[in-house]
Design a protein around this ligand. Structure first.
Ligand code: GDP
Ligand code: IMO
Ligand code: MG
Length: 419
């Protein structure tokens, strides 16, 4: 069997967690391949809502193995908080959660460095989630990082060496911090991690594929936040695109099967950086209100705008998407007309290609499509779709040249239509 990949095509928060949960019964393994607790993946079922940060979204389905892959960065303190909360609600994960030895550790000082760097950048800050993601990946690339496998051999010594380095960097910023308090929580988290199955996940996954098993790779963030192809420098520090599943799990490119690309029926972004179709008017506020667009990790209001097909064509290309998943269609239920950005005008020239620098003045060119003015949240089958909604889907499929295989009409697991 091949590894199917599910990933965001916009600036994150597309609804990946919900769809991973829906698709999980078709697989034996669900694996996160990059990012860390900057992610907030929401799942709703049976009247309960869960927000997962480091733990893969397949965790609630019985008998499925969940893996935190080598490409992920993990903060033991936040990991402990997350599992403790799940345990309180009766979800014991020790038999079904596996962690790669090669996943890098987010240290308390990485979080301090993230905060210090953002403060120092002032107006130009990236608007990170403050989880220490950038500094941890920086240490990984500059070969100073610590990994989960290190926890089992002379860890204190290795830890102190890295922390001394970080303290020197922190001393350049004029900030106060209580490292001892942070370390207490962090080392309790380390003990928690040790209770889980810490494995050579690349062997585990490849053996599983060779013996006919199935794997779903769960992306975090979105393709427009990719370190190489996103709206740099307003991006995250990992490869969020499909290629990241190969490096983040240790699987060969030819093992990739279906690539599910998830997008909202409109578009959102949280944090700083360019967003060509952003709305600052009543329509933007209506999208935020109807879609409850507030960050699952930081609670920040998300910036909202119309769907952008220039950006979507680009991210579909980068990922080799062969199945599209359209989320939050219900959020557009009350709009008279819906705008779709089909091209940009940059320096007076119309283009359908995503430009190098999207912080330049970009004029989005829209076409307007009649809205369906129907409450879709109770719809459970494609036959019940209003005609105008079918037209919206048909238009997007024609423009994007990829079928929309799944449509979501509400946050609950049940509010999902497979076409
Ligand atoms: P992720 O990071 O990609 O997993 O997405 P988030 O969980 O951060 O954000 C998606 C938000 O939209 C969550 O609050 C979900 O419960 C909610 N959601 C998902 N699908 C739908 C949908 O079809 N309609 C509505 N109204 N909300 C949805
Ligand atoms: P999920 O997986 C939305 C954004 C931050 C910031 C930039 C860099 O839930 O879709 P970082 O902390 O990664 O250094 O922040 O990336 N960002 C996200 N935005 N959803 C996410 O994850 C995000 N993870 C990071 O807001 O702009
Ligand atoms: Mg999210």
């Amino acid at each position: 069997m091949k590894v199917d990949v599910i990933l965001g095509l916009q600036w994150g928060d597309e609804g990946k967690g919900k769809i991973v949960d829906v698709l999980t019964p078709n697989y034996d393994i669900v694996a996160r391949f990059q990012g860390g607790p900057n992610a907030g993946h929401t799942l709703e079922f049976e009247g309960q809502k869960y927000i997962l940060k480091s733990i893969p979204s397949g965790i609630f389905q019985e008998g499925i193995m969940n893996i935190i892959g080598n490409g992920v960065v993990i903060d033991p303190a936040l990991f402990k908080q997350e599992v403790d909360k799940l345990e309180e609600t009766g979800h014991i994960l020790t038999d079904r959660l596996y962690i790669s030895k090669k996943a890098h550790l987010i240290l308390p000082t990485h979080r301090l460095l993230d905060a210090a760097s953002e403060t120092a950048m002032g107006e130009e800050k990236i608007g990170t989630t403050g989880r220490g993601i950038g500094p941890t990946y920086t240490d990984k690339i500059s070969r100073h990082g610590l990994r989960v496998g290190d926890l089992f051999h002379n860890f204190q010594e290795k830890y102190q060496k890295v922390v001394e380095r970080h303290k020197k960097i922190l001393s350049r910023y004029n900030i106060q911090y209580d490292l001892e308090a942070l370390e207490k929580e962090w080392f309790e988290g380390v003990e928690k991690i040790k209770q889980y199955k810490v494995i050579d996940s690349e062997f585990f996954i490849n053996k599983h594929i060779s013996s006919g098993g199935s794997v779903l790779a769960e992306g975090a963030q979105g393709s427009l936040l990719d370190i190489d192809f996103g709206s740099y420098p307003f991006v995250t520090s990992s490869n969020t695109i499909c290629a990241g599943a190969c490096t983040g799990l240790g699987i060969a490119p030819q093992q990739i099967g279906d690539v599910f690309g998830i997008f909202k029926a409109y578009c959102t972004r949280v944090g700083s950086g360019p967003f060509p179709t952003e709305l600052f008017d009543n329509d933007g506020q209506k999208l935020r209100d109807n879609g409850n667009e507030y960050g699952s990790v930081t609670g920040r209001p998300r910036r909202c705008g119309w769907i952008d097909l220039v950006a979507l064509r680009y991210t579909i290309m980068l990922n080799g998407v062969n199945k599209l998943v359209m989320m939050k269609s219900d959020v557009l239920d009350s709009f008279d007309t819906i705008k779709v950005c089909v091209s940009y005008t940059v320096d007076g020239v119309e283009t359908e290609d995503f430009p190098f620098d999207i912080s330049e003045t970009i004029i989005p060119n829209y076409i307007e499509i009649p809205g369906w003015k129907t409450d879709m949240t109770a719809i459970r089958s494609e036959n019940e779709f209003p005609e105008e909604f079918n037209n919206y889907i048909a238009f997007l499929e024609e423009e994007l040249e990829v079928p929309i295989s799944i449509v979501s009409v509400g946050p609950d697991r049940a509010q999902t239509i497979i076409r």
